[in-house]
Write a protein that binds this ligand. Structure first.
Ligand code: PLP
Length: 404
């Protein structure tokens, strides 16, 4: 007898591999920064699907472009040309100052490609190097290569042995970096702001030390801009703000506004060491993904998005500092533009359901941090209302513990 499971959560519990501990809410619709659950409740989204819904939900321009592309041609594979992939790569080159892109389907794939291209660079030079320098508190993804440069033991341990040759150093410690990098180092991989690690910004002084170590040893620099890049800090690329000089850069998340697409962006020097067949993807850079990316990149380049994020960043900073100053539960506020972390004086897990009860979506990362990654199009009145709700959730949690 076939059992028909109608309920969303019950069906998932029965049939979906249980790798995600989901919140008990089912979203069915969105509009701008708003999400609606199956009961019709309206939420302010301060997370945008972990930094993905960059243009907000159901963005008209994106929706129309996707629909038009779906009605025209979705996919042909990378065996043939299509008109859009080169346009995406051209815009990424103009924005980043790097030269060429390999388009893929996710952030992890973009990191994986950067690691492979780095290895290929050294192989082509006839001087194979296998050692990667990565930072404590880093997160670069879940495939074997990307996981190998991700620091969290919890993610790594069950899957060892990982790619060998990774050396760990603390972020923002130039001395440790300079001591670790040598002419055996294939690459130094960093996030300009460590997102999953708790919204921890790198300092310009540390970026300068990375450049210095790279110049001295030839080690390539990989900037992982999957979370902090593409406008989130008010610049097209956060590495430029830091003065970091990468040879390779990974992007994803915001790029497709929700359509899965990522890219590894390479300097011309590295690109020239890559040959036909070195890497590939069946889906990577198909017409649908590229059409979505073009809508986002057009908004970023000429839609006034960067100026808007800068303005909103100042707004968030001042409001969050007031929230922190008036609530002992918040120990520190970190971030820039539209990526913010509130370091609490306790585990932040209770904030997420409390915020949902107040109809605002946030996320907890690195145990004690409430992370905000709102859509880049959020306005001041929306931010004001959403942050009032977040403040209410912080108060609820503080009261519950009788600890304010
Ligand atoms: N790198 C960074 C900095 C990230 O924040 C993430 C995702 O959170 C990834 C890589 C992995 O990206 P994806 O989940 O799209 O594979």
């Amino acid at each position: 007898m076939t059992t028909v499971i109608d309920d969303v959560q019950a069906r998932e519990a029965r049939y979906v591999l249980q790798t995600y501990r989901r919140q008990p809410v089912t979203f069915v619709r969105g509009a701008g920064i708003r999400l609606y659950d199956a009961d019709g409740n309206e939420y302010f989204d301060l997370l945008s699907g972990i930094g993905v819904a960059s243009l907000g939900h159901a963005h008209q321009g994106l929706a129309n472009a996707i629909a038009d592309q779906a009605n025209t041609l979705v996919h042909t594979s990378n065996l043939f040309f299509h008109p859009l992939q080169g346009q995406v790569a051209e815009r990424l080159a103009a924005l980043s100052g790097l030269s060429r892109s390999f388009i893929c389907n996710s952030g992890t794939e973009a990191v994986e490609a950067c690691l492979k291209f780095d290895r290929r660079y050294w192989y082509t030079k006839g001087e194979p190097r296998a050692e990667f320098i990565a930072l404590e508190e880093s997160f670069h993804g879940r495939t074997f290569g990307a996981l190998s440069v991700t620091s969290d033991e919890h993610y790594r341990k069950p899957f060892e042995p990982l790619v060998p040759g990774v050396r760990w150093i603390p972020a923002n410690n130039p001395d440790a970096l300079l001591a670790a990098v040598s002419n055996k180092t294939a690459a130094i991989i960093v996030e300009g702001i460590q997102g999953e690690g708790g919204v921890r910004p790198l300092t310009p002084a540390f970026a300068a030390a990375i450049n210095k170590a790279s110049e001295a040893t030839g080690a390539l620099v990989i900037a992982d801009e999957i979370q902090c890049g593409l406008g989130r800090t008010g610049n097209p690329f956060h590495f430029a703000t830091l003065g970091l000089k990468p040879h390779l850069c990974s992007v994803g998340k915001a790029l497709g506004g929700g359509v899965p697409v990522g890219a590894a962006i390479l300097s011309e020097e590295v690109a020239q060491t890559i040959s036909f067949g070195d890497h590939g993807s069946t889906y990577g850079g198909n017409l649908l993904a590229c059409r979505a990316a073009l809508v986002f990149l057009d908004q970023l380049i000429s839609g006034g998005l960067l100026a808007h994020v800068n303005q909103m960043g100042r707004f968030f900073e001042s409001r969050l500092k007031v929230i922190a100053a008036t609530r002992p539960i918040v120990k520190e506020v970190r971030g820039q533009g539209l990526i913010w972390g509130l370091e609490l004086n306790r585990d932040a897990a209770a904030i997420v359901p409390a915020a949902l009860a107040c109809r605002v979506v946030v996320n907890r990362t690195a145990e004690t941090v409430v992370r905000l990654l709102p859509p880049l199009v959020i306005t001041e009145p929306e931010a004001e209302a959403a942050l009032d709700r977040l403040a209410g959730a912080l108060d609820d949690v503080s009261r519950d513990k009788g600890n304010q």
